[in-house]
Write a protein that binds this ligand. Structure first.
Ligand code: MF3
Ligand code: CO
Length: 280
């Protein structure tokens, strides 16, 4: 990726467009989650997302992605990664079963402005350790988001994610090969947003920066393997993985979580961090 090109700074009006895209993403992920139960295929969940895209008049950020730079064009509107699949699982004939841990990653653009988010949930009742993995990953996402501030650095986010995961007591694996990213007029922009880091390192965070923060955490090692489909990334040791993601904006008044229905108000306030919505 073009890591050295300048970071795209968004105006308030542009961030409001990204908020519209973010709400489509948030609502679609909830619709997909509501459709997940034992016996449903991942292709059926992708179809739910396609219907949401159509009714919102949005454009998939994922469908066709990668064609033209060495990867086969991505064939779906969601990535659905089950159990040992970490990210970029392609929806298909896989049938969900009781206890599966499912990560759904989804992005759209509206008027050319993108939103990107991922959630992880269990089908039925997960084992306690799998439930704890997903909760630790979600908690680390919010810790990372809460560490983002104007005048800070990208490394602050990764440091907060890493510290949060490590605070959960178990020896989780934190994926380093895949990172969050800048987002705006394209789904993937500079800067990379790693899930490990050192405070004060990396790009300076300024007003109008929009980022996708997306920790991927495993019950085992952090080594990955990409399957022959050239997309699906799995854990090398077969351990279960979770993935949570939000698109955020740094506004003059704080952080606005564009892909959270409440804009991040509840989680940011609980962490004592300024919540920074724009508009009325
Ligand atoms: N949304 C993923 C990310 O978080 C990328 C999906 S790859 C695609 O960066 F091919 F499906 F688009
Ligand atoms: Co992303």
């Amino acid at each position: 990726m073009a890591r050295r090109s300048p970071i795209e700074l968004k105006s308030a009006e542009q961030i409001l467009r990204m908020r519209s895209a973010g709400l489509v993403v948030a609502r679609t992920l909830q619709a997909v989650r509501a459709g997940a139960r034992p016996g449903v295929t991942t292709a059926e969940l992708d179809a739910i997302a396609r219907e949401q895209i159509a009714s919102a008049g949005a454009v998939s950020s994922f469908l066709g992605y990668g064609g033209g730079f060495g990867l086969p064009p991505y064939p779906a509107v969601t990535c659905i990664s089950v159990n040992a699949e970490i990210v970029h699982g392609i929806p298909g004939s896989r049938v969900l079963a009781e206890g599966d841990l499912v990560s759904v990653d989804f992005g759209v653009s509206l008027d050319g402005w993108h939103g990107d988010s991922a959630i992880t949930f269990a089908v039925g009742t997960p084992s306690p350790e799998v439930a704890a993995l997903s909760e630790a990953t979600r908690d680390s996402l919010w810790a990372g988001i809460a560490a983002a501030r104007i005048g800070g650095h990208v490394g602050d986010i990764g440091h907060a994610v890493e510290t949060s995961v490590r605070s959960h007591g178990r020896r989780y694996g934190i994926i380093a090969e895949y990172t969050g990213h800048g987002i705006g007029t394209a789904m993937h922009q500079p800067p990379d947003v790693p899930n490990l880091g050192r405070p004060g390192r990396g790009e300076l965070l300024t007003k109008g920066i929009c980022l996708a923060v997306e920790p991927m955490v495993t019950l085992g090692s952090a080594s990955t393997v990409t399957l022959d489909d050239e997309w699906t990334v799995v854990t090398r040791d077969g351990s279960i993985a979770a993935h949570w993601e939000h698109t955020i904006a740094l506004t003059g008044s704080g952080v606005w979580v564009l892909t959270a229905e409440d804009g991040g108000e509840a989680e940011l306030t609980a962490r004592g961090v300024p919540f920074g919505p724009l508009g009325s």
